[in-house]
Design a protein around this ligand. Structure first.
Ligand SMILES: [Zn+2]
Length: 141
């Protein structure tokens, strides 16, 4: 079972698509980078489906807000650098979108909230420079 999904952004010309094989338990597999267009994503999905031996699985249940927030925190902790800081955008959560099932706006607001609630984990950077996908946050070691 191969899924193609997009992360909607306010900029329709920049709407990254993702390809996931949903047949295997555990982690969602992603194919390609974060900036696949729809056609390329579909081609990758069709190629993969021809050779995939994984069985069908139901889609995950949409978690409540508390659980979804905990998933975000868990992912951010896993992405923490060992020293210094690491610039990130909400795109770092693309592999978790199927599980979190929230909009980019929700992800952005959650990271903003975390920068106040967990300032030792994530820090808000200055306002983004006007292009989508720009790093807006910093993860701290
Ligand atoms: Zn597969």
């Amino acid at each position: 079972m191969v899924l193609v999904y997009a992360m909607a952004t306010p900029h329709p010309q920049y709407e990254p698509h993702f390809v996931a094989c949903w047949g295997r338990p555990g982690q969602t597999l992603l194919f390609g980078g974060s900036v696949l267009d729809e056609l390329t994503a579909a081609q990758i999905a069709i190629r993969h489906a021809a050779n995939c031996h994984a069985g069908p699985r139901p889609l995950p249940v949409r978690p409540d807000d508390t659980t979804a927030r905990a998933m975000v925190v868990e992912r951010l902790r896993a992405l923490r650098p060992t020293t210094g800081s690491r610039q990130i955008s909400i795109g770092v959560l693309r592999g978790d979108l199927l599980h979190i099932q929230r909009s980019p706006k929700w992800l952005y607001e959650t990271l903003q909230h975390l920068s106040h609630a967990e300032p030792e984990l994530v820090r808000m950077r200055r306002a983004p420079r006007g292009y989508p996908g720009a790093p807006d946050f910093e993860l701290l070691a």
